[in-house]
Ligand binder design. Structure first.
Ligand SMILES: Cc1cc2nc3c(=O)[nH]c(=O)nc-3n(C[C@H](O)[C@H](O)[C@H](O)COP(=O)(O)OP(=O)(O)OC[C@H]3O[C@@H](n4cnc5c(N)ncnc54)[C@H](O)[C@@H]3O)c2cc1C
Length: 516
């Protein structure tokens, strides 16, 4: 099959790109599950944008840079916050029903590390509402075709450029599609970890696809662990949005003590990584769960403002407004990904990336809450503009370190005949999670190296096999980068190197296939 543009993924980045590309040619959107199954569909808190009185793109940029802990790309941040208002207004014009206050003005929520209220929301199901509008608009173009349950397994290369993709359909048949340009909009990688807020589709496929094709990857060691996922045995790690703390919810230990006041000046609204580690330590110290309590807030308001979360709690027998809700950290967002410039161009001509799979540099070492929907929106639209130009590789920044395998202290991989997805997730959670050490990371890398080698030997596989290969590939890359960075910064915390070290590590770690 031949088309003009291929988009892999139907989240906010892919759909926004499809809308922008539709007037320019035939667009094929391939998505591996039902179209609404994406991180976008689960986004609760909202979309951060400088539209309120007293706010400005400069203030939004300052908050984003502070959260990024010295590693944000300032040019990319300016693009994000400067273009955000325009693209969000467009969403409103297209019919997105963001909540409004009593005067009919857009209601602005507060989230951690934002200096002002700036988060637009649609109840606590903002992503679903934005996805609904984008999907409706993209589907209205005759030039946009969609194939669901189409699992993209590889990029087709020709003359050093990306020329198309291979995908496996729901019946297991293999297809090849050629195009002028391919956009990776495959979302996140939370499923690399045992505890995650991400849906099953978030297996880091885009990272693996990019890596196999030879695209440059960056910042993969930076994985954000959300502090407050539901922590109840047998229940999914459903996200309990930070917006609850923004509205006054408090974190307490089993004795009812608000322990965050001991840990950080911003208390419950300290940066996510600080809160996540504090919760894990408090649970270890007390040997008991940590809770989020809203009992001091107006019950009617709580249930009206957070209906989806209240409903989820009700289903497991908890009253969000009255009961202490057990919470704990879970993998939530990956800051790194396929390295791009400010237009979504990657190191390979013909290949573009936008949304969570991309590393534009806007998040640095830690993402500011609610900046990712905005990133998908802004950079999805911009990538679509660049995709219409003659193919060219991005001129990517040079202040980087390449992470290969040769520097490893213990390159003796154990013999691995098979590593199941559950074993990978368990290993990643234990050794590449909130608290990292050289010893744990070396063991994880050695195990994943061996598993990767084993998978590579068996490539005549179906979609399930590819899922497994992608998990191993992405997990190995994240673990390698985490081992390489010998400092603590943003979401990356090394017990053996607990402080930030600007002298050696105010740089980015990149990885490219063949670097080992
Ligand atoms: C529970 C939760 C709450 C969140 N809340 C917020 C929030 O309030 N505000 C905020 O800004 N961010 C939030 N985030 C993060 C945000 O939702 C995501 O970062 C963002 O939606 C990612 O959008 P995307 O378009 O890049 O990818 P996604 O929305 O994840 O879409 C990825 C798409 O790619 C498809 N895909 C993947 N691999 C393949 C393949 N091999 N072949 C074909 N298709 C493939 C998937 O099926 C999916 O359609 C939240 C995330 C979660 C999980």
């Amino acid at each position: 099959m031949i088309t003009d543009f291929i988009i892999v993924g139907s989240g906010i980045a892919g759909l926004r790109a499809a809308i922008a590309l539709a007037p320019a040619g035939r667009v094929l959107v391939l998505t591996k599950a039902d179209p609404e199954e994406s991180n976008t569909g689960y986004a609760q808190g909202g979309i951060a944008v400088a539209v309120g009185a007293g706010d400005s793109p400069a203030l939004h940029a300052a908050d984003t840079l502070r959260a990024g802990d010295g590693l944000c790309d300032e040019g990319a941040v300016d693009v994000l916050v400067g273009n955000g208002p325009r693209y969000v207004r467009e969403l409103v014009d297209w019919g997105t029903r963001f909540d409004r206050d009593g005067d009919g003005q857009l209601a602005l929520g507060r989230e951690a590390a934002h200096s002002v209220r700036r988060v637009l929301h649609a109840g606590d199901a903002t992503g679903r509402e934005i996805g609904r509008v984008l999907w409706k608009r993209a589907s209205a173009f005759g030039s946009v075709a969609t194939i669901n349950h189409a699992f993209v397994t590889d990029l087709v290369m020709g003359g050093g450029a990306v020329r198309g993709v291979h995908y496996v359909d729901r019946d297991g048949a293999r297809h090849e599609v050629s195009a002028r340009a391919v956009l990776l909009a495959t979302g996140g990688a939370g499923q690399l970890f045992r505890e995650t807020t991400n849906p099953p589709v978030a297996t880091g496929d885009g990272i693996a696809l990019g890596y196999r094709a030879g695209a440059r990857l960056a910042d993969l060691e930076f994985v954000q662990f959300h502090p407050t996922a539901l922590n109840r045995a047998g229940a999914p790690r459903f996200l309990i949005s930070e917006a609850l703390r923004g509205e006054g919810a408090r974190l307490v230990n089993d004795r009812g003590e608000a322990f965050m006041t001991r840990v950080h000046a911003d208390g419950d609204l300290a940066p996510r990584d600080v809160v996540a580690r504090a919760i894990a330590r408090e649970m270890e110290r007390t040997g008991a769960p940590v809770y989020l309590t809203l009992a001091h807030l107006d019950a009617g308001y709580v249930c009206a403002r957070f209906p989806t979360i209240a409903d989820m709690c009700r289903r497991i027998g908890l009253d969000l407004a009255r009961d202490p809700i057990p919470v704990g950290p879970a993998a939530h967002y990956i800051m790194g990904g396929v390295d791009t410039d400010e237009w979504g161009r990657t190191s390979l001509p013909g290949l573009f990336a936008a949304g969570e799979v991309a590393c534009t540099g806007v998040h640095g070492a830690n993402r500011l809450a609610s900046n990712s929907l905005l990133e998908g929106l802004v950079f999805g639209a911009r990538a679509a503009i660049a995709m219409q130009e003659p193919p060219a590789a991005a001129a990517l920044k040079a202040d980087r370190v390449v992470a290969g395998g040769s520097w490893l202290a213990s390159p003796q991989p154990p013999f691995i005949s098979h590593l199941s997805p559950a074993e990978i997730r368990d290993l990643m959670w234990r050794s590449v999670g909130l608290f990292r050490t050289r010893e744990g990371l070396e063991a994880a890398v050695a195990t994943l190296d061996a598993a990767y080698q084993h998978q590579r030997d068996r490539l005549s596989i179906d979609a399930d096999g590819w899922r497994q290969v992608n998990l191993v590939t992405a997990a190995r890359l994240v673990a390698r980068a985490a081992l390489r960075r010998e400092e603590s910064r943003g979401a990356h915390f090394r017990l053996d190197f607990p402080v930030r070290d600007d002298e050696h590590w105010k740089r980015h770690i990149v990885d490219v296939r063949g670097a080992e």
